[in-house]
Design a protein. Structure first.
Length: 411
């Protein structure tokens, strides 16, 4: 992962205050399609900055980023043992409080509702119907003032399990073809035990410096996963207004009467909450969302994973309305005939206008062109279809035009 790629895809973040990594960007320098180097900031060009803040590689090549940083702190991590159904109840309570506060235009109550899941994460062990909710509390102290309650730093292996370790970076060349091992294929319950044992180290309660407090995939885990248990990772971002309702629906699909769906999962899923962002292509454009990351351990071996497919379709369906993460899998299988005007109704055509300005000859169209035709923009004016560029102004998509859906998909 590069910092340019992470920002281009609205990657990372688990906060109702700080958004994704893109929200920390102050200035972006990029090489454009015409070969020039340009710099964008919120002050110099708010429209193009909102486009470049999450660009999915469609606008140019980011070569330099200026970002805000926050000093390390001491952070306490706590854990609750739940089931998906109980977590869905908690999220529904947040969802309802948020909706009521918004309807009442009560900003303080909105903040309170958001704070109830600020930095909350959950590891959902699907096969076992176990969910660990993890919350973080800032102690407003320097890390040096707080002793970690356990210190594994003498043992490099344990250290790499307990948090990021810059000294242990493995080569990640993988041998094709990637296949799930036989034990994994035949024995989901066994792997449920293996994964829950492995994941315990990520969630044990305690007080840590910031960088170790938050969950992150370590080098050791990545190496084990890529060699022993390769997977494809997909992530969806669900509006907070329906997040609890969505989880209840997923609970029905996975654990409802007669369902065998949980048997098709091995790796734990990760749930996190991210505040709304102004960037046109941020999955949280328009308001806060709950992200759910699920992993498919089977399809890489050439066998379709039916249960996984059912769950991903539920997340992408009407009850959840999940937007796909730009930097993960699922394209084009779960976004075939992607209709940006439906998925990003308030911002898709603003981004299209930025493309018209910065890349009029579609040099950066890339794989999005042939695999999903994702980069498609249509406009109407007074109900009549008009050339898209006639609706673009210096500040984005003209309010006199309507950002129209693709028609080729509905045929
Ligand atoms: C093991 C693993 C764990 C992950 N964990 C998380 C996670 O916890 N949270 C999360 O949100 N995501 C996660 N991801 C997704 C991943 O972090 C992002 O997809 C990644 O950061 C993209 O960076 P990259 O450099 O690999 O970009 P690439 O995969 O090379 O590119 C991704 C997109 O960004 C564009 N891009 C890349 N570099 C630039 C640039 N310099 N300028 C403009 N556009 C550019 C590309 O054109 C492409 O569209 C994970 C991915 C993996 C493989």
């Amino acid at each position: 992962q590069t910092i340019g790629g992470a920002v281009a895809t609205a990657t990372h973040g688990s906060s109702m205050r700080y958004g994704s990594l893109s929200s920390q960007v102050v200035e972006i320098a990029a090489v454009l399609a015409n070969g020039t180097l340009a710099t964008f900031s919120a002050a110099s060009d708010p429209h193009l900055f909102k486009a470049f803040g999450v660009s999915a590689g469609r606008l140019g090549i980011i070569v330099k980023l200026k970002m805000t940083i926050i000093p390390q702190q001491a952070i306490s991590r706590s854990k609750q043992d739940l089931t998906l159904a109980r977590f869905a109840d908690q999220v529904t309570a947040t969802q309802e409080a948020y909706k009521a506060a918004k309807a009442a235009k009560d900003n303080l109550a909105v903040q309170k509702a958001l704070f109830s899941v600020h930095e909350t994460q959950a590891l959902w062990l699907v096969e076992r119907d176990t969910l660990w909710r993890v919350d973080y509390q800032h102690l407003f102290k320097e890390p040096e003032e707080v002793l970690e309650n356990l210190n594994f730093s003498m043992d490099p292996t344990m250290h790499s399990f307990s948090g990021p370790n810059d000294q242990t970076v493995f080569a990640q060349a993988t041998k094709a073809p990637l296949r799930a091992n036989a034990a994994m294929t035949t024995n989901p319950a066994y792997w449920g035990v293996v994964y829950s044992a492995g994941a315990q180290t990520y969630v044990r309660p305690g007080t840590f410096e910031t960088r170790k407090a938050y969950m992150s995939v370590t080098e050791a885990t990545t190496r084990i996963s890529t060699t022993l248990a390769p997977y494809i990772q997909m992530e969806v971002a669900i509006p907070l207004e329906i997040a609890g309702t969505c989880l209840k629906e997923v609970n029905k699909v996975v654990y409802g009467r007669g369902s065998q769906v949980s048997r098709d999962f091995r790796n734990p899923a990760l749930i996190r909450f991210v505040s709304g962002e102004p960037f046109y292509l941020s999955p949280t454009h328009g308001g806060p969302r709950m992200y759910v990351n699920i992993e498919d351990w089977l399809t890489l071996s050439g066998t379709p994973n039916k249960g996984y497919d059912q769950v991903l379709k539920t997340f992408r369906g009407p009850k959840c309305q999940g937007r796909l993460h730009w930097g993960k899998g699922g394209w084009p299988e779960y976004a075939s005939c992607f209709d940006g005007a439906t998925e990003y109704p308030d911002s898709w055509c603003h981004f299209g206008c930025a493309v018209q300005t910065l890349d009029p000859y579609a040099k950066f169209e890339g794989v999005g062109a042939d695999r999903t035709a994702v980069w498609t923009w249509n406009a109407t004016r007074n109900g009549t279809v008009v050339p898209f560029d006639t609706c673009c102004t210096d500040t984005g998509f003209s309010p006199e035009c309507t950002c129209a859906s693709r028609t080729d998909c509905h045929a």
